[in-house]
Design a protein around this ligand. Structure first.
Ligand SMILES: [Zn+2]
Ligand SMILES: [Zn+2]
Length: 648
């Protein structure tokens, strides 16, 4: 008998050679019907694989990330089977699962695969799925494997085989299709109930531009048609909310080839939005005891040699900027931390001066490959809402609590209610690969865990995910569509204080090394604005809206009255525009709606005679005629509703 430890801690005994599916059946038949694979001592395996030793055991279903990945990878085999049935002689590269769905790289020789054929392939896949063919695993010798693919004429699989050792090679067969694969897979094709081919793209074999370009077929599958329908609806909505599309339509930001790829130009409305965000955080930071600083965009090579960034990023990063002085070299700054270390060093520090919290909206530049650039989320120049806290080791916990407060305040004020965090700790088995004192690490790790728990933050702990220079906590938010985004981070650093030889005089009159904490609640303004656009679909909270209202005169006769009204609004710190165009009022209203204006003030004969405005609110329609003061107070109530108080 062997001992099987289940995720809830229960240990059950089974006969040696029992399979995941046997264990599922012993628990319930309903469960067994949903089992896609199993996890044995952290490794995902076929549910049909015999288990011979005591182990930690988990059953995987569609609700598990690993279960989904196995489902999608198995679907890649099904896609290949369908393509081979329709186009005999097709050669196959690799077919992995990706974040959503899977792809297979194929070579159809002279033929090309177009979207017109997607439907036919989907139908074939469903037809094969209905046969409930098992994914059958077999161990093969290298010689037999080579013979099989030589006969089949698939040079890609033969090349993959070159890198494999005899004795470790497995084939999987479902229906008429056999693939070289180490697995694991779902029990049979019958689990796959809904199929959608998404797109085709070119992909170089093994990512090597000098090799053959294959066709990459992207697809997604689900265990229920309903789930596919929901997924497609979500995709449509995501497309509608794409920040690149809305950013253009709402005139928030732009890119220019002449300026350079990945270098966003913030247009007036986008700048208005960004400045509101910056001011909001700036005010909160002052209340939380931060001192704003400003540092230059470039720094001498020496700074980055000291910080270690030169050795790490030098060659891959931007090229040095040379000056007429022989040997003098500058770099665009990839991060603000080294500059802040130098600020720390401008005078002797005592234990009473700590913590020192230096904050900067610091613009940094990093080289990203052109293919990696994406709207505002992957750029080459961006502004971090950066700060560095220099503190004593005994202050780390308290500082962590304060930073978490600040981050949660930001999330709350901006409507991100669904957040979680990942705590990244050392690998306890390999402590020697981290710098810093063991006892300091223990303290810092305990401090992070304790402060996250004290603040009620939902967290997952990942061992071995810490940077070599310190543990960290990363915040994740889910947006209105349920998509996960990584936002701010808090990171402990033992390395930079050491490299920059930072010191403070302790109460014992001895020199000590401070701990440095890096933190950025937004991450970067660019990325944050992108997420904010997609989360709100461009309907920003009133306090952030670049334009809060539009004054729409019915005709030019009421221009003067419109100007008068607008001046009153500006005096009350409200912002927007007057639509002076010689257009029908219906057109002016429609355009204001397209531009997502929260309020419209329509002024005509009645309004100007009685000194009133007719108000329309986005999403609610007509609010009727009212005196301007009443409108201003409605606006102020609405703005204040969104202002969450930050308490120290
Ligand atoms: Zn496979
Ligand atoms: Zn930093």
């Amino acid at each position: 008998m062997i001992k099987i430890k289940l995720p809830d801690g229960n240990v059950r005994e089974y006969a040696q050679g029992t399979t995941g599916m046997d264990i599922a059946l012993s628990i319930s038949e309903g469960l067994a019907r949903n089992v896609l694979a199993a996890k044995v001592n952290g490794k995902v395996v076929d549910a049909s694989l015999p288990i011979n030793d005591d182990c930690d055991f988990q059953l995987l279903t569609w609700n598990d990330t690993d279960g989904k990945a196995t489902f999608w990878h198995s679907s890649a085999h099904l896609l290949a089977e369908a393509i081979e049935a329709l186009h005999p002689g097709t050669k196959f590269g690799i077919g992995p699962a990706i974040e959503t769905g899977f792809y297979y790289d194929i070579d159809m020789g002279e033929k090309t695969l177009s979207a017109d054929e997607f439907k036919k392939i989907e139908e074939k896949m469903l037809e094969l799925a209905r046969q409930k063919n098992q994914y059958q695993r077999s161990e093969v010798s290298k010689a037999d494997a080579i013979e099989y693919f030589t006969e089949k004429g698939d040079e890609y699989k033969l090349e993959l085989l070159e890198g494999l050792e005899d004795g470790s090679i497995t084939f999987y067969q479902q229906g008429n299709f056999t693939d070289l694969c180490r697995g694991p897979h779902i029990p049979n094709t019958g689990f796959i109930k809904a199929v959608k081919l998404m797109s085709v793209a070119g992909a170089y074999w093994r990512g090597d531009t000098s090799r053959k370009q294959m066709t990459r077929v992207y697809a997604v599958t689900f265990p229920k048609q309903k789930e596919l329908d929901e997924y497609l609806t979500l995709l449509e909505e995501a497309k509608r909310r794409d920040h690149r599309k809305l950013g253009k339509e709402l005139e928030l930001f732009a890119f220019s080839e002449k300026v350079g790829m990945g270098l966003p130009l913030w247009l007036p409305k986008g700048t208005m939005l960004r400045e509101r965000l910056e001011n909001f955080l700036r005010r909160a930071q002052v209340r939380a005891g931060y001192s704003p600083v400003i540092t230059p965009h470039i720094a001498s090579k020496e700074l980055y040699i000291t910080s270690g960034h030169y050795a790490k990023y030098g060659a891959d990063s931007f090229q040095p900027i040379r000056t007429p002085d022989e040997g003098e070299e500058f770099f665009l700054k990839p991060m603000n931390c080294p500059h802040h270390c130098e600020i720390y060093k401008t005078k002797p520090r005592s234990y009473r001066d700590l913590p020192l919290r230096l904050a900067e909206f610091g613009t940094v530049y990093r080289y990203e490959q052109s293919g990696e650039l994406h709207g505002l989320t992957r750029v080459r120049g961006f502004t971090q809402d950066d700060a560095h806290i220099f503190c004593r080791p005994d202050q780390v916990e308290d500082e962590f609590m304060k930073v978490i407060d600040l981050v949660l305040y930001v999330f709350k004020a901006l409507g991100f209610d669904n957040y979680s965090a990942q705590i990244s700790l050392r690998d306890p088995e390999n402590k020697e690969k981290y710098i810093g004192k063991d006892e300091d690490w223990d303290k810092a790790e305990a401090a992070i865990i304790k402060s996250a728990a004290a603040k009620g933050l939902p967290t997952v702990v990942e061992l071995g995910e810490a940077a070599f220079y310190g543990p960290k906590l990363d915040f994740m938010v889910r947006d209105a569509l349920g998509r996960k985004w990584q936002l701010g981070t808090i990171q402990v650093d033992y390395q930079l204080p050491q490299r920059f030889e930072l010191e403070y005089t302790g109460s014992d009159n001895q020199k000590h090394r401070p701990v440095m904490i890096h933190r950025a609640p937004f991450g970067s303004l660019e990325r944050f604005v992108a997420i904010l656009i997609e989360n709100t679909a461009g309907n920003f909270p009133l306090w952030l809206s670049p334009e809060q209202l539009a004054v729409l005169p019915i005709s030019e006769k009421y221009e003067d009255y419109a100007n008068e009204i607008f001046l009153r609004l500006q005096e009350s710190d409200l912002r927007g525009y007057i639509d002076h165009r010689d257009e029908k009022i219906g057109r002016k209203i429609r355009d204001a709606e397209v531009n997502k204006l929260p309020f419209m003030l329509i002024v005509g004969e009645k309004e100007s005679e009685q000194g009133m405005v007719s108000v329309r609110k986005k999403g609610e329609g007509d609010l009727g005629m009212m005196p301007i003061d009443q409108f201003i107070s409605i606006m102020q109530t609405e703005i204040n509703k969104n202002v969450v108080r930050f308490k120290e």
